[in-house]
Design a protein around this ligand. Structure first.
Ligand code: SAM
Length: 295
């Protein structure tokens, strides 16, 4: 293999696919990036600096991983496809910026949704320093991954995530829109949201149906006090269980007593017939505090 040509180039990716008989697995959300401008765009959006500690979710055949390493990052990757470690170890450069690959890159075959960051990362990362998360996300679990990171105790300075445009729109949505919902509220109470770039579906093998968007999420310096984050996210989810129904109707699953529901709705200063998407984030915060946590 000519390792001078980046993995993220169409020619090199095609050669790797032919050499290892790679069949992109649809059930694992495999769409490999073959657009060096887009890959560089992700690395720039993540503001990668030498010795940054980066968690990559789903390195695939390594197109983004390679550029993260070349930019100086130390990369810890979670992957579930057992056929990929061999490819990554053969195809990523044996030395990066003078260091051995194994000192700069570690792969763990593990579902990101089962990550135990304190345990997984120790021994490879300096646990006193924060990390950055960078990923071209597997689209079938984009939302669970964002919730998982949002509710984890991972000490991160940014999440730079490629996702379908439709999910990116939900992250930045405002009340009274169809995109506004539990994901919007979970994210906006914890993080700032910036759409960094759009990537055409033609930049992937195989081509997904829709274009993608790279979104940069950074923890807010001044987070509103939502109480317990998991409880807050759960209450919001329940409020949107049937988004065409009124808040009062949705609350029936959380508070069975009608007088108590009436009291809670009055306490947050809204009409019982209001629909969940009409509530401001501050009102959801008040609401979650009125509802007892489940055991
Ligand atoms: N980073 C590569 C790229 O940009 O070409 C591949 C991105 S592909 C959209 C998503 C990757 O996530 C695949 O390699 C897939 O096997 C992996 N993946 C799927 N489910 C996963 C999970 N639960 N945990 C970790 N990785 C996962």
């Amino acid at each position: 293999m000519n390792n001078e040509i980046p993995i993220g180039s169409f020619v090199r990716t095609q050669a790797i696919i032919n050499r290892y008989f790679v069949h992109a697995k649809k059930n694992l959300g495999q769409n490999f990036l073959v657009d060096l401008d887009a890959i560089q765009g992700i690395v720039q959006a993540a503001e990668i600096k030498p010795d940054d500690q980066v968690i990559e979710i789903g390195p695939g055949i390594g197109s983004l991983t390679e550029q993260l390493l070349l930019a100086g990052a130390k990369v810890f990757a979670y992957e579930v496809d057992e056929s990929l470690p061999e490819i990554l170890h053969n195809e990523l450069p044996a030395k990066v910026n003078g260091a051995l690959l194994q000192d700069r890159f570690k792969l763990l075959l593990k579902d990101i949704l089962k990550a135990d960051f304190a345990k997984d990362l120790s021994g490879f990362f300096d646990m006193n320093k924060p990390v950055k998360v960078v990923a071209n996300l597997p689209y079938y679990i984009t939302t669970p991954i964002i919730f998982f990171l949002n509710q984890s105790d991972l000490n991160f300075t940014s999440l730079t995530l490629m996702m379908q445009q439709e999910v990116a729109e939900r992250l930045g949505a405002q009340p009274n829109s169809k995109e506004y919902g539990p994901l919007t509220i979970a994210v906006q109470t914890q993080m700032s949201v910036r759409n960094a770039l759009t990537v055409k579906s033609s930049s992937f093998i195989p081509r997904p149906k829709v274009d993608s968007c790279v979104v940069v999420l950074k923890p807010l310096a001044d987070k509103p006090d939502v109480g317990d984050v998991k409880h807050f996210n759960w209450v919001v989810k329940m409020c949107f269980a049937q988004r065409r129904k009124t808040l009062n109707n949705n609350l029936k699953n959380l508070v069975s007593d009608s007088d108590e529901r009436a009291r809670i709705i009055a306490a947050i200063g809204v009409e019982p017939r209001i629909r969940p998407e009409q509530l401001q984030i501050a009102q959801f915060i008040q609401l979650a505090k009125e509802i007892p946590a489940a055991d």
